[in-house]
Design a protein around this ligand. Structure first.
Ligand code: UD1
Ligand code: CA
Length: 446
């Protein structure tokens, strides 16, 4: 039976105090929405419908960045969760299968939990994901009759006795897609908030003689983000998990509490990650590589045996082959660095390729930008670039070529050639001594 996801992401997120739509706030380098979609991917959905409203264009773009096939439904006016779900109906016309409602601001749903939800659908028409809340205030309460769910009552509409219930609604619901649309369409708004509550589908289903069940999950999985403080707490929770998972898989990490991972960081077991390393999105580090302290990496690949840092920056498109050495205060962007090449100190390598075994001296700069366009620098295998060489792109150094320190290289250098491009040194014997004496004398008189 195929499954469709309906991801609600239309909310304003007023409490974030931000112009950015709530579901676009980053958690571990990815918008919250991506975390929700990634969680939902555990169900191998045949279709995903993202309901957008506030900041619709940007939210839709983020949804399609994750899943180019995602369907976008628009909720012009946020009139409640049932109304939001109904907006997905046109995209589910004729869809034979279950629909699962998820939330763009709820990033941590686990695979096992969603699996249990799908499983429970075998025995009930409607399945709601619930949790035992440490503090139930604000949540919808699940009113049970034995192991059957009778109805859900929102905090605002609950009696004293109902408020004492600790079993709460996560908001996640699973039912046959056509049935869910039917039930959502039957929801009214005669309640304390004047909203169309998705939670009312349970009582409506029960009235029709259908069955509803509850699957329970840990509270941490249903954590929704409403405030900046909750976002920060979620980030901390993500990092705790990512660090534990990295250590578990054999990554050597003497200061795990200082290392920050992105949602998709992949570090091979046996790699060493020193303290205070930050991974942005899109990084893979192979086994036996070393990332030394205070380095920042994003969108790059580090092959086995390579060493990066301390204090290095790898930007998107940096591709390091095996046994490469990138040292302190070196920045690499959109560049291939060949096997065993060394770029050890104070250097910028951008829009370049460096051949295997090349040595790039301290203070080298690939001058890739002329103010309008970017140009490439090619450095051949085993080339030796003297310290403080300016390579004015587009430019090519041949295999085994050398440049003299301090050269400004504007013309290609053939294989095996040495290029020196700087003014010749002039030395005047005794001039420094005479000059200083004159300056001191002038100061005394003045
Ligand atoms: C909802 C549930 C509540 C549950 C809680 C869990 C309802 C009526 N109540 O309450 O039982 O315990 O979630 O967090 O469903 N949204 C839209 N369009 C709308 C309204 C909401 O897209 O018109 C989105 C919001 O952006 C938000 C999510 O749906 O991400 C939940 O809506 P919200 O109004 O925050 O519901 P809660 O009051 O939290
Ligand atoms: Ca909420």
């Amino acid at each position: 039976m195929p499954t469709a996801l309906i991801v609600l992401a239309a909310g304003r997120g007023t409490r974030m105090q931000s112009d950015l739509p709530k579901v676009l706030h980053p958690l571990a380098g990815a918008p919250l929405l991506w975390h929700a979609l990634r969680a939902g991917a555990a169900l191998e959905p045949a279709r995903s419908v993202v309901v957008v409203g506030h900041g619709a264009e940007a939210v839709a773009r983020a949804a399609r960045d994750w899943d180019p096939e995602a369907c976008i439904a628009r909720q012009e006016d946020p009139r409640g969760t049932a109304h939001a779900v109904l907006q997905a109906a046109p995209h589910l016309q004729g869809f034979a299968g279950d629909a699962v409602v998820l939330y763009g601001d709820t990033p941590f749903l686990g695979e096992a939990t969603l699996g249990a939800l799908a499983e429970a659908r075998q025995a009930a028409d409607l399945v709601v994901l619930g949790f035992e809340a440490t503090d139930p205030a604000g949540y919808g309460r699940l009113v049970m009759a034995g192991d059957r769910l009778e109805r859900i009552v929102e905090q605002k509409d609950a009696t004293e006795a109902e408020r004492a219930i600790r079993l709460c609604n996560s908001g996640v619901v699973c039912a046959d897609a056509a049935l869910l649309m039917d039930l959502a369409a039957a929801v009214g708004n005669a309640n304390a908030a004047g909203e169309y509550y998705l939670t009312d589908v349970v009582a409506i289903a029960r009235d029709r003689g259908l069955t509803a069940a509850v699957v329970r999950c840990p509270e941490a999985e249903t954590l929704g983000i409403n405030t900046r403080a909750e976002l920060a707490a979620a980030e901390a929770a993500f990092q705790r998990h990512a660090r534990a998972a990295a250590l578990q898989s054999g990554v050597r990490m003497p200061g795990p509490e200082t290392v920050f991972f992105a949602f998709d960081t992949a570090v091979g077991g046996g790699a060493l990650v020193e303290p205070f390393v930050v991974f942005g999105p899109g990084v893979t580090v192979e086994t036996d590589a070393t990332i030394r302290a205070f380095s920042h990496l994003e969108g790059c690949h580090v092959s086995r045996g390579a060493t990066v840092g301390p204090f290095a920056r790898l930007r998107p498109g940096a591709e390091l082959a095996e046994d490469v050495r990138i040292g302190n205060f070196v920045e690499v962007k959109n560049a291939l660095v060949g096997e065993g090449a060394k770029v050890n100190h104070l250097t910028y390598v951008g829009d370049a390729s460096i051949g295997e075994g090349a040595n790039i001296g301290a203070g080298t700069v690939t001058c890739n930008y002329d103010g309008v366009a970017k140009h490439r620098t090619e450095i051949g295998a085993h080339a030796f670039v003297g310290s403080a060489t300016m390579l004015v792109a587009p430019v090519r150094l041949g295999a085994g070529a050398m440049t003299g320190s301090g050269s400004v290289i504007t013309d290609d250098v053939p294989d095996g050639a040495l290029a020196v491009a700087r003014a010749r040194q002039v030395t005047k014997p005794g001039l420094a001594t005479r000059l200083m004496a004159r300056l001191r004398a002038a100061r005394k008189e003045g």
